[in-house]
Write a protein that binds this ligand. Sequence first.
Ligand code: NFS
Ligand code: SF4
Length: 649
Amino acid sequence: MTKQPKNIDEYVTDAASIEALKKARDECIDTCFSRVETQRTQCKFGKEGVCCRICYMGPCRITPKAPHGVCGADAATIVARNYLREVVGGTSAHADHGRHLVLRLKHIAAGKGGGFEIKDEEALRYTARLYSIAEAGRSKEEIARELADLFLKDFTAQEEKLKTTALAPLNRQSTWENQKVMPYGIDRMVVESMHRTHMGVDHDYRSLLLQAFRTALADGWGGSRIATMVSDILFGSPQPVRSDANLGVLEEKNVNIVVHGHEPELSEMLAAASCAPDIIECARAAGAEGITLAGICCTANEILMRHGIPVAGNFLQQELAVVTGAIEMMVIDVQCCMPSLPEVAKAYHTEIVSTSEIAKTIGAVHFTLDEDNAFESAKQLIKRAIDNFKKRDPGKVGIPSAKKPLIAGFSVAAIKYMLGGRFRASFRPLNDAIMQNRIFGVAGIVGCSNPRSKVDDYTNTLTGQLIKNNVLVLKTGCAAIASAKKGVLTPEAALEKAGPGLREVCEAIGIPPVLHMGSCVDNSRILEAGTEVVLEGGLGDDLSHIPAVGVAPEWMSEKAVAIGSYFVASGIDVVLGHPFHIGGSQAVSDFMSEEIKELFGASFYVCENPQSAFETIMEILDKRREKLGINKKMERKLMDMKDRRKLDV
Ligand code: NFS
Ligand code: SF4
């Protein structure tokens, strides 16, 4: 039994999490919030990136008295190698997710789709045209086969550049060529990076860091972009959709099933199966009123975007959801699923079911989807959850009531349509609004939550400040869910919380001031939106010119490291809420904050609180506006103490 958190509201911010964490404390359940207390003393060497355990002459750690490892590697080499390996971890996670989807597309094209099909033929044909694949007069299977093969080549290409990079603005592609970071196939980038970081290979920190950006580009413009495009083809391109978010979406009288992780395939099937009349009948026969399917993390974002399935919570609510005692089954797949879940679930009747062949968890029951009969197989899983309903202990149930309405589903196609209408879908109105300074700029706020800081607090405080100052906010991942729980993903929020210029634009179009663009792989949608802005004209001819910035306030995963890196390599400045593990090398730190400006026209900024992040972001946007010559001076004043006190919006 670890130390339980004392003042709950120092850990979590939303009412539902506060209530659930109190319940966990009262019932002596360990969660990440109690475990983080036992992990307060962090290893300084790990934190600064100067611990090397790449070979067995080590582990070595760098100090002023021991400036070299046994092999002679210095701090810069060790820090850069560790950083590159983090980027590889993140890139691999996104790419492997993308690969599964491409293989699914290929199988469907070959008539072996099981219960899966191509739901969005228009997206398929549109995507084929992007790659100059002939589509007119051809069946969707034929097109899908050619497209899937092309995507698979983006994984396996040895000496050809990644085809998907051709979707970036031309100037950006030239930058990548000139800086020699144009990626080859994704798999090669990953393997080569692991080779280069092996003992005794690449020792020049600049060379290692450039490889990190090159690998990250194979994520953003490769694995992630492909995952998003294929998800849209298979499951439908998102359109604005209403739903609710937070633990209050769970229903006491229903069988509650929560899907958690990242891959949309099984959860898509569960979404369909949970509405089948025979399944609902089955739930009623077991004494429930119906079935509630809800999501956590990015699996939640995937089915929210396409079906309006409610969101139970973001990353740090996964254990709290189980603590409600009202979940019959939590279905997990890959990434961001805590190994502690079965342990938490022991105190309740909740069954944790793992579903990916590459992701098993001790204490979870493993379920393999019968791909040839996917729909029936999904129904079987739901029936199993229904059986668990009878085991629920009503005395242990405590579902917090808090939830907020939201609108999600802002794919680039949807935004274009909303801006311009069906017959003249275009980004023109957005570009105009930016040029006329009704919108000051655009911020893509992405990433996780992290128990080392108060959950969602930084993200939501910063978001509030930005929209109040006419910055349009684009969101994905757990940061988007944080906004959902705060209630700012609604058009009404624009009326109450946005500055006058942004409000006017949101009102005219009918959009929220914060646009939910999907899961973390859908950060590729933010790159796509940025590219649309460039192509539309008037705001420069590269991503490094447009008044846009990326922000990862409460990030924790290697995926976030890769995402931050591909944003910067794409020319978009990135503000981080806490630093990478690179502080142990001045040379690497200088490279990451200064030298890369020369290479990519963007760099990293670390801002440890929302106020400094806000000021930094406004400054970055201001400079970009200035360079574009669209800076009709605004009467923006620096904050005085009174404004600062009002910060808690
Ligand atoms: Ni992104 Fe999504 Fe959330 Fe972070 Fe994890 S769920 S992929 S990594 S924690 S935002
Ligand atoms: Fe030590 Fe060098 Fe081996 Fe790293 S690679 S553990 S620095 S000897």
